[in-house]
Design a protein around this ligand. Structure first.
Ligand SMILES: Cc1cc2nc3c(=O)[nH]c(=O)nc-3n(C[C@H](O)[C@H](O)[C@H](O)COP(=O)(O)OP(=O)(O)OC[C@H]3O[C@@H](n4cnc5c(N)ncnc54)[C@H](O)[C@@H]3O)c2cc1C
Length: 525
């Protein structure tokens, strides 16, 4: 096919108009285009009075050679073949490979191993998506937490109750494989070409179920409420795993895709002498504004014609510490994301429609090992726990979240938040500075007004802050070599966000695919 880039269109332009634009760029009649596929769609909102959609399309024409020979513009080329090719050959493992954790990392490791004929066994400590949804609703409505089946643990991992933003900074052809498998499992096809693809939690639940069914159909096995509590290692090699109910499963290949919240499993690895190290991460609050304010700030008068706007703001304090907004959820909700009793963690999510009143994002301060006060590999994790305990206590218990107005936090006004917090079950107005170490409060107080200069209204006094956003990435790295295997035990593949090598749904999924490829290569016949 022929790829035509940089086709500018009004935001509500039709596919027919786009085809005409492509034909003009190729110097041919629109009838000569046999078929057209959108490869990329992005929004150019630099000029608020002239917001445009910009397309990259692939077209099939009757006579490709002749068409290309006539074209002058440099926005035309042959469409590159970016499709992912499954590793070829036959591999056989002495024992079936095991995948610990069914988040994006474990899910795609298992899917690829199933597609390569390795019949993996997936062990997930939480429940399937249906039971999980019930447990999470009970937590959000009544503050009753199931420490094994919640926003962090269960089918689909941490990503299931999310905005399902699929943006990633990694450039890897496996990213497209991840998106294609998600579309095949029920995700909207727009994720294949939108510059900022997102699924929304309501559709994500169906997608993870679809991928589970594909793994089962290919001979894999997926077990829920199957927590791995021990990894058996002899002479530096994995021999098996043990479940919480004492069952032992023999295996020589374990994909350990446990996510950033499996603190008891990190403790187990530490006790066993696994090679772990501290890792920088970030913590802070969620900030909420009326979504309409954000739309107008980003798109001006054109806001009504456009989908809800997002933003990404960064600032470096005078002392050189980074503060940035993260995981912005347009028309979304602040959600309770705890997984441990008496510790309060929050995050953000939205439905596919993104039609909530507010828009929210995490406002995060970088935290470094030097801030932890000890070089114990799990010290960062303990640091997260301390702030979550303070947030829980300051909220008054039952996972009531501590909140404060931006004006109250900055000390510029005593007003209560007018933007109503979306956190459930309950919120309580407090002085949030009581939760954070001085360097974090200082950094956020310095950053908010500066960010208000970049996004009009960001620092409005009646906006609402909710605490504490603590699970943005793992505080621990499980060290692995070039071969993807743990430095502690051959056959153990630390994978995804919990291993400290990925961040976000797509990069964790790609890391899972890489682990599967390595296990396949190692067991090739
Ligand atoms: C509310 C929320 C919203 C988010 N929004 C986005 C977003 O919009 N876009 C984005 O890219 N990222 C988002 N993220 C981050 C994203 O979800 C993670 O980066 C991603 O899920 C990491 O994938 P993973 O497979 O490495 O780990 P996880 O998804 O954390 O999965 C790990 C799995 O391992 C299981 N497990 C842990 N220990 C054990 C054990 N001992 N035995 C068996 N199973 C175990 C857990 O139950 C869990 O299901 C969000 C996260 C949250 C919590």
């Amino acid at each position: 096919m022929i790829r035509v880039t940089d086709l500018k269109m009004p935001v509500n332009g039709t596919e027919e108009q786009l085809k005409k634009k492509a034909a003009k760029a190729l110097g041919i009649y629109v009838e000569e285009i046999l078929q057209m596929q959108i490869f990329r769609r992005s929004l150019d909102a630099r000029k608020k009075d002239q917001i445009l959609s910009v397309y990259v399309v692939d077209v099939e024409v009757a006579n490709e050679k002749k068409t290309l020979s006539k074209v002058k513009g440099n926005n035309v080329s042959i469409t590159p073949d970016l499709s992912y090719v499954l590793p070829q050959g036959k591999a056989e493992c002495k024992n079936r490979p095991v995948v610990v954790g069914f988040g994006p990392g474990g899910m795609f490791a298992a899917l690829l191993m199933a597609q390569m004929g390795l019949a993996p066994i997936v062990l997930e400590r939480g429940g399937d998506v249906e039971t999980r949804k019930k447990a999470v609703s009970l937590f959000w409505e009544e503050g009753i937490l199931d420490t094994e089946n919640n926003v962090q643990f269960g089918e689909g991992g941490a990503g299931t109750f999310s905005d399902g933003k699929l943006t990633t900074r990694i450039k890897d052809p496996r990213c497209r494989k991840v998106l294609e498998e998600m579309v095949e499992a029920g995700a909207p096809k727009e994720i294949l070409y939108d510059a900022k693809p997102h699924i929304g939690t309501d559709l994500l639940r169906g997608v993870v179920k679809g991928i589970r069914e594909k793994i089962l159909a290919l001979g894999g096995e997926v077990r829920f409420f199957a927590k791995v509590t021990d990894i058996l290692v002899e002479n530096g090699r994995v021999q098996g795993v043990v479940l919480a109910d004492g069952e032992k499963i023999e295996t020589n290949d374990v994909v350990l895709a446990i996510g950033h919240s499996a603190r008891d499993t990190f403790e187990m690895l530490y006790q066993k002498g696994a090679s772990l190290e501290q890792k920088p991460f970030a913590m802070g609050v969620r900030i909420e504004h009326p979504q309409k304010m954000i739309d107008v700030a980003q798109f001006g008068d054109a806001a009504e014609k456009l989908p809800p706007a997002d933003y990404r703001l960064t600032y470096t304090t005078k002392k050189g510490r980074g503060v940035y907004t993260f995981c912005m959820c347009p028309g979304g909700y602040v959600v309770a994301a705890s997984s441990e009793e008496g510790r309060l963690a929050i995050n953000g999510m939205s439905e596919h429609a993104r039609d909530g009143e507010n828009g929210n994002s995490a406002l995060l301060v970088q935290v470094f090992p030097k801030d932890f006060g000890s070089d114990h590999p799990l010290e960062g994790m303990y640091f997260q726990r301390q702030l979550e305990e303070k947030a829980f206590a300051l909220g008054g218990g039952s996972y009531t979240a501590p909140i404060q107005s931006v004006g109250g936090f900055l000390g510029t006004s005593k007003e209560s938040p007018k933007v109503s917090p979306t956190y459930r079950p309950k919120t309580k107005e407090v002085d949030l500075a009581e939760i954070f170490p001085g360097f974090m409060t200082e950094a956020m107080r310095e950053a908010i007004p500066e960010m208000g200069k970049k996004l009009k209204g960001f620092d409005r006094g009646d906006a609402v802050l909710t605490a504490v956003e603590s699970r943005t990435s793992s505080a621990v790295r499980i060290l692995r070599g070039e071969d993807g295997e743990s430095l502690w035990a051959k056959g153990l593949y630390p994978t995804g966000e919990g291993a400290g090598y990925a961040g976000g749904i797509v990069s964790a999924a790609v890391d899972g695919i890489l682990a599967a490829e390595k296990i396949f290569q190692k067991n090739l016949k």
